[in-house]
Design a protein around this ligand. Structure first.
Ligand code: TXA
Ligand code: MG
Length: 322
């Protein structure tokens, strides 16, 4: 990433235009978080309802009080441990923070990303960058510059390229506005890791939680119908569907492709970090393979896999009816 490209991106941000940039989680679609006109453009490009809040990205914790007020000690404790990194804190907002960022709520989500390109952009820009994931609303998040280009195309003024996101799924969101901390969206930083820092139990999502689009039942969804099932059933169904002439896409991490078969088959890493790292690129690759159906092997039901299980559960067809 050259200084010139960063400078071009900063000029675009100052003009109220949109810049896509890699973070260590997924690509963000960014604009000046203090510019209402730019924010309206952002919502339009994403196809996102304006009452869904977006995360403000800042270069370091020193900028936190520009966006949040009544910051509790727990926020500084988590920031010290996990920033820069894949953690978003929900805090009470400063009065001047526009409702276009907060979805009209009294809280704001803030995160310090670790990716070197995100860091360089934020340092050069100086202010806060509002950035949802750089995908169409409800669809699969993007981890590659070409995925952003395909999804959002001309709506984005600058797309910064850079090393692939290390984590691969969106940040953990922790709400610190209530009496006890709550995880609104699971991620690579687990509730156990947060509890270890805060020394108090951490709640999960639940009723009364502020609106969070990544928590809608149906989200992160490919266009191809996606079904989640255990490996043995997946193998039987894949064979039977292909005998009926269907084209079948498969994402499996333990069962292997039957010999001589003709599927769009991806053998995913069997470790959770590797699986998360590749997840969205794998789903996108399978989604454009021209298949009638996508079968995904269900994941181990242990806490370490909770965040990727959450994303796949929402990507599954029919998730909105659950
Ligand atoms: O890893 C990430 O968090 C990525 C990268 C680009 O930073 N961003 C991301 O943004 O996933 P987005 O907009 O796709 O998801 C952000 C989530 C949404 O579900 C949004 O509703 C929630 O954060 N959120 C933002 N501000 C909030 C607030 N004040 N209260 C509750 N939820 C909030
Ligand atoms: Mg998103």
């Amino acid at each position: 990433m050259s200084a010139l490209e960063i400078e071009k991106a900063v000029v675009a941000l100052r003009q109220g235009r949109l810049v896509a940039f890699p973070t260590e989680t997924v690509y963000g679609l960014g604009c000046d978080a203090a510019n209402p006109e730019a924010l309206r453009r952002l919502y339009a490009a994403k196809g996102r309802p304006v009452d869904h809040p977006v995360i403000v990205h800042v270069v370091d914790v020193v900028q936190l009080p520009q966006w949040a007020r009544d910051i509790p000690a727990s926020a500084y404790a988590l920031a010290t441990k996990f920033w820069p990194g894949p953690l978003t804190l929900i805090l009470k907002k400063q009065p001047q923070v526009t409702g276009l960022v907060t979805g009209g709520q009294d809280s704001v989500g803030v995160r310090v990303p670790a990716h070197p390109v995100a860091q360089a952009l934020l340092a050069a820009f100086g202010g806060g960058i509002a950035a949802p994931s750089a995908n169409k609303f409800g669809r699969i998040s993007a981890t590659r510059a070409e995925d952003v280009r395909r999804d959002l195309g001309d709506a984005v003024d600058v797309i910064l390229d850079g090393e692939l996101p290390e984590v691969g799924i969106e940040s953990t969101i922790v709400d610190l506005t209530g009496n006890a901390p709550r995880v609104l969206r699971p991620g690579a930083i687990t509730p156990a890791m947060i509890e270890a820092v805060l020394g108090v139990p951490v709640g999960m999502g639940g009723s009364g939680a502020p609106r969070a689009s990544g928590t809608l039942a149906s989200h992160y969804a490919p266009a191809t119908p996606l079904m989640l099932m255990e490996g043995d059933l997946l193998l039987k169904l894949a064979v039977s569907l292909s005998r009926q002439g269907k084209k079948v896409a498969v994402l499996a991490h333990s069962v292997s492709q039957p010999l001589g078969s003709n599927y769009a088959w991806i053998a995913a890493p069997a470790d959770v970090a590797g699986y998360a790292h590749d997840l969205y690129a794998n789903l996108r690759t399978l989604d454009v393979a021209g298949c009638d159906i996508m079968l995904v092997e269900s994941l181990p039901k242990v806490p370490e896999w909770a965040a990727v299980r959450d994303r796949l559960g929402r990507a599954a067809t029919g998730a909105s009816e659950q």
